[in-house]
Design a protein around this ligand. Structure first.
Ligand code: T5A
Length: 209
């Protein structure tokens, strides 16, 4: 385990990760637990620029290999500039997505080979692994309705076909089987407060928060 806990949130589009990260951050602030909230792709000015490149809709076809390398480039910068310094200074880190997303999206949904994805994930993260990962499981149709409900134009990845989002979910479910000790599945279709109750029970039992 790192000097302070590194906690990540994963799930398909609209699964409620950002909502839960915000609720957990408020909870930690009230208890005086020092922490940093961040997200992937993003978290530094350069990584945020890469995020814009990745999520903007474009005419040009983006090859899965190109997409993988851009996500990993953003991660390499984010880990070294933000996550590792925070953990070393004793701050917990709550991160909205990390390398499990690359397995679910670029390997399971885009079809890149697992060996390459694992190798680039390890290279970009410098061997850093989350101590605890919440996987918020929602049906892709429900996630889609939530995204539509926001009233904003879907980004390049949100606009993918439903089949793509089903494969992302399958990718997460197979990760859950491979890492049962680290990844905790929470039923994400329940009301946000109920989901948060489960998050709290888990961080209390696992991290003493
Ligand atoms: N990606 C990312 C890759 O392909 N590879 C990678 O390696 C990485 C790191 C990143 C995109 O990049 C891809 C995945 C993504 O496509 P993102 O910002 O993480 O972008 O993408 P989203 O998943 O689209 O994030 P969102 O913020 O849009 O969705 P969240 O965080 O899952 O959901 P949230 O909390 O914003 O909620 C969405 C809506 O649902 C409501 C909220 O109020 C909001 O309106 N909601 C609920 N409604 C009912 N019940 C609940 N329990 C609810 N919780 C939230």
């Amino acid at each position: 385990m790192s000097p302070a806990p590194f906690v990540t949130f994963e799930g398909i589009e609209g699964s409620g990760k950002t909502t839960q990260v915000r609720l957990l951050s408020d909870y930690l602030t009230k208890r005086g637990i020092s922490h940093r909230v961040t997200r992937e792709p993003g978290g530094t000015p350069l990584a945020d620029e890469i995020r814009s490149l990745l999520l903007s809709r474009r005419e040009e076809f983006v090859f899965p290999e190109t997409e993988l390398l851009l996500y990993e480039a953003a991660r390499a910068q984010h880990v070294r500039a933000v996550i590792l310094p925070a953990l070393s200074s004793g701050q917990a880190v709550l991160c909205d997505r990390f390398y499990d997303a690359t397995v679910a999206y670029q390997e399971s949904a885009r079809g890149l080979d697992g060996e390459s994805v694992d190798r680039f994930n390890a290279f970009a993260s410098g061997g850093l692994s989350p101590d605890l990962t919440f996987y918020l499981d929602v049906d892709p149709e429900e996630g889609y309705l939530r995204i539509r409900g926001r009233g904003t134009r879907p980004d390049r990845i949100e606009s993918e076909k439903m089949e793509f989002h089903r494969k992302v979910r399958e990718g997460y479910l197979s990760l859950l089987e491979r890492h049962p000790g680290r990844i905790v599945r929470i039923e994400g279709s329940h009301p946000a407060d109920d989901v948060f109750r489960r998050v709290c029970e888990t961080v209390s039992a696992r991290l003493g928060w």
